[in-house]
Design a protein around this ligand. Structure first.
Ligand SMILES: Cc1cc2nc3c(=O)[nH]c(=O)nc-3n(C[C@H](O)[C@H](O)[C@H](O)COP(=O)(O)OP(=O)(O)OC[C@H]3O[C@@H](n4cnc5c(N)ncnc54)[C@H](O)[C@@H]3O)c2cc1C
Length: 392
């Protein structure tokens, strides 16, 4: 059986590994001239790490990953702790795998290394998929350069502005969420002792929040700052912002954040988009996964993890029945409730982190603080449905 995957991001490469392992002949068409990722970190929770372990990717990541002590929420200005959810030593026992932070490029290199070990030459770069035509035998995939490829299955892993999604469901653009993100990466030795904690640390405040994590074995700090702002909708991972603007957003917060911004060589800035859950992800043997199917705000750190889950479940469903269209329907039925809940949860987290006045902050963060101190297991239990999902 032959499959084309449109898009060589985290979702597309994971899908390629899963399908090649299941015996499919796979081609990944990636529009960029080479497979690459932006210079930023990403968190992969235990539900994603479990799959990366099964696929044999984790050994490729061991040298560069960072295992945070906890996820914590702090008040952005004072740095006072709201809650602390221990992870190290807990995640593996409770949810079956570690919680990790890693440079995106290191994750992509790990996925590519495993894919190349399984089968060389799967990924074709500089190839843009523009659309498809369903045929009696399967599906014809159309490329920008005029190439046509006949396969049994087309996977649209082509991101938030997916061409495959547009053809399947219409040209509606993704929804601007009213939030703009800053990002930068700084070596720890540049921070003059003002180093953020070795955790996934969320810094919350009125209309904005920041997240600090570690990458490259803990030697670098990754900073993401998310600010409510309605008048800026540029969406490019490579657009630089000014240090002055970033300091206007976070300069009066805890010095840890101010110094990260001051010591950043480059600060990138881009607008955040999502979609409401789609009514379907498939059209016969054409199926969506990852951000093409369910783009979400980054505030649950699940977008990439869900694309990894999608890839694994899709391959499983394809292995269960002979009819590809039926398998695609079954995959949608298996995934839609979970990914919709996560999309909603990510949006809810943003408003929870952005509480504007002292009363709503107290009403939200007070009970969290109590629970964290008096009933820490309650916080772990609240994450069981997300991190504890089993994949057999
Ligand atoms: C600030 C921020 C922080 C985040 N942090 C986390 C986190 O900690 N944990 C987490 O799990 N997620 C996180 N995410 C979300 C995560 O980055 C995305 O959900 C994930 O990258 C989606 O992967 P994907 O493979 O579906 O899509 P993409 O990464 O968008 O990949 C799509 C690929 O398809 C290619 N492509 C597009 N169109 C075509 C075409 N027509 N033909 C061929 N190729 C095409 C693109 O070039 C790209 O390579 C974060 C997101 C943001 C914005």
């Amino acid at each position: 059986m032959k499959a084309v995957i449109a898009g060589g991001g985290i979702g597309g490469l994971t899908a390629a590994i899963c399908l090649v392992k299941a015996g499919w002949e796979v081609t990944v068409f990636e529009q960029a001239p080479e497979i690459s990722e932006i210079g930023a970190g990403i968190q992969i929770s235990p539900n994603g790490v479990k799959i990366l372990e099964q696929l044999g990717v984790m050994p490729e990541l061991e040298n560069t990953l960072f295992e945070p002590e906890a996820i914590e929420l702090r008040i952005g200005a004072s740095g006072r702790e709201v809650f602390y959810l221990p992870l190290k030593g807990v995640a593996e026992k409770r949810w079956g795998a570690r919680y990790i932070q890693i440079h995106r490029a290191d994750l992509m290199n790990g996925l590519l290394a495993v894919l190349n070990q399984l089968q060389a030459g799967v990924v074709k770069t500089g190839k843009t998929v523009v659309g498809y035509v369903k045929t009696q035998q399967g599906v014809q995939v159309n490329l920008l350069d005029g190439e046509r490829v006949e396969v049994d299955l087309l996977v649209g892993a082509d991101g938030v502005r997916s061409n495959i999604r547009s053809q399947m469901l219409g040209p509606e653009q993704p929804r601007f969420t009213g939030n703009v993100a800053w990002r930068s990466v700084v070596p720890i030795e540049k921070l003059n002792g003002h180093v953020p904690p070795p955790t996934g640390c969320i810094w919350a405040g009125a209309g904005r929040h920041a997240v600090t994590t570690r990458i490259r074995g803990g030697s670098m700090v990754n900073f993401v700052g998310i600010v409510e702002q309605n008048d800026w909708r540029e969406e490019s991972w490579k657009l630089e912002g000014s240090k002055e603007d970033a300091l206007r957003d976070f300069g009066d917060w805890n010095p840890v954040l101010r110094i990260i911004i001051q010591e950043s060589d480059v600060l990138y800035r881009w607008a955040l988009f999502d979609r409401v859950p789609l009514e379907k992800w498939s059209d016969g043997p054409v199926i969506l996964l990852g951000d093409a199917a369910h783009p979400m705000l980054p505030s649950l750190a699940q977008g990439a993890v869900q694309s990894i889950e999608d890839a694994y479940v899709l391959a499983q469903e394809l292995g269960k029945v002979d009819d590809i269209a039926q398998a695609c329907d079954n995959y949608f039925a298996e995934r839609i409730r979970r990914t919709s809940r996560i999309q909603k949860g990510a949006a809810a987290n943003v408003s929870m982190f952005h509480r504007r006045n002292i009363v709503s902050q107290l009403l939200t963060y007070g009970p969290m603080n109590l629970a964290s101190r008096l009933a820490p297991r309650f916080l772990h239990r609240r994450n069981d449905w997300l991190f504890g999902k089993e994949f057999n």
